[in-house]
Design a protein around this ligand. Sequence first.
Ligand code: ADE
Length: 270
Amino acid sequence: MIKITILTLFPEMFVPLNESILKRAQEAGLVEINLVNFRDYAVSKHKNVDDVPYGGGAGMLLKPEPIFAAIRDLPQVSHDRKLILMSPQGHVFHQKKAEEWSAHQELVFMCGHYEGFDERIRELADEEVSLGDYVLTGGELAAMVMIDAVVRLIPGVLGEEVSAEEDSHSIGLLEYPQYTRPADFEGRKVPEILLSGHHAQIMRWRRKESLRRTFLRRPDLIKNLEFSLEDYSLLEELTLEHEEFARWRTKWQHLSPPPKRQRRSSNRNK
Ligand code: ADE
C-alpha cells in the first residue's frame, strides 16, 4: 500500500484518478490518495497564496508560508516519505523513476501554479521533477501523469494476467508490435511466426522487432542499451535491412562470436 498526498490549489482537477484502474487500485486498498488544498493554510485574511516577485518582473509567485504549513501538518506515516516538487526546472520524469517511487511507502506531490514559486519552497523537496521540456499552467496534470505511471506498477494493480515487465521502456527498449484476431484483416496478415506456436522463435522475433523500433524511432535511447550475446545476430540482420544500424555497430561488435570457434567448425566441415 502506497500513501499518496497531493498538495494543490485545484483539488477538483484530480477527477481522472477516480476512474478505471486507479479507482480500482484505491478500492482494493493498494493505494490511498489524499488531496490537500494548501490555500486552507494561507495566513492572510484573503487567503492569498501568491505575491509579486522581489526585484520586479511579470507574474505572481507562490508564497512559502502556506506550503510549509501544509507540509508540517501532514501526518508522517512512514520514514520512507518522498516529497516531490512539480516543476519544469526539475529532472525529466521517466519509467525508472516510476519504478523507484513505486517501492516507497509514502509520496507527496507538491503542485505549483501561476508563474512559479518562491525559491525557499524548493528546500521542502527531496526531488524536483518535470513531466517534459514544456511549460504547463501548473503541476497538477504532471502529478496525475506521474501518479498513473507509479500506481500501475504497484503489485496487484494490473492484475495477474497483465504484466508491466514487458512494457515499452521497462527494459530500455520500445515494445514489439502486437496483434490479436483476426489473423487476416482485409488482407493485412499477422506475421506468420506469431501463429507458429514456436515459442523460442517468437521470442527472437519480438526481440528483433523491439530493437528495430527503438533504433528507428528513438535513437536517443540507444546509448543506454546493453546488448546480450543473442542480440548480435539480430543486430547484424537488422544492419542488412536498415542503413541506420551500421553507425551503431561499435556498440555490439564486441559480442561477435570468437574466430577460434568459427575455425574449429570450418575444420569439422572439411
Ligand atoms: N509545472 C509547469 N510545467 C511543468 C512541467 N513541465 N512539469 C512539471 N510541473 C510543471
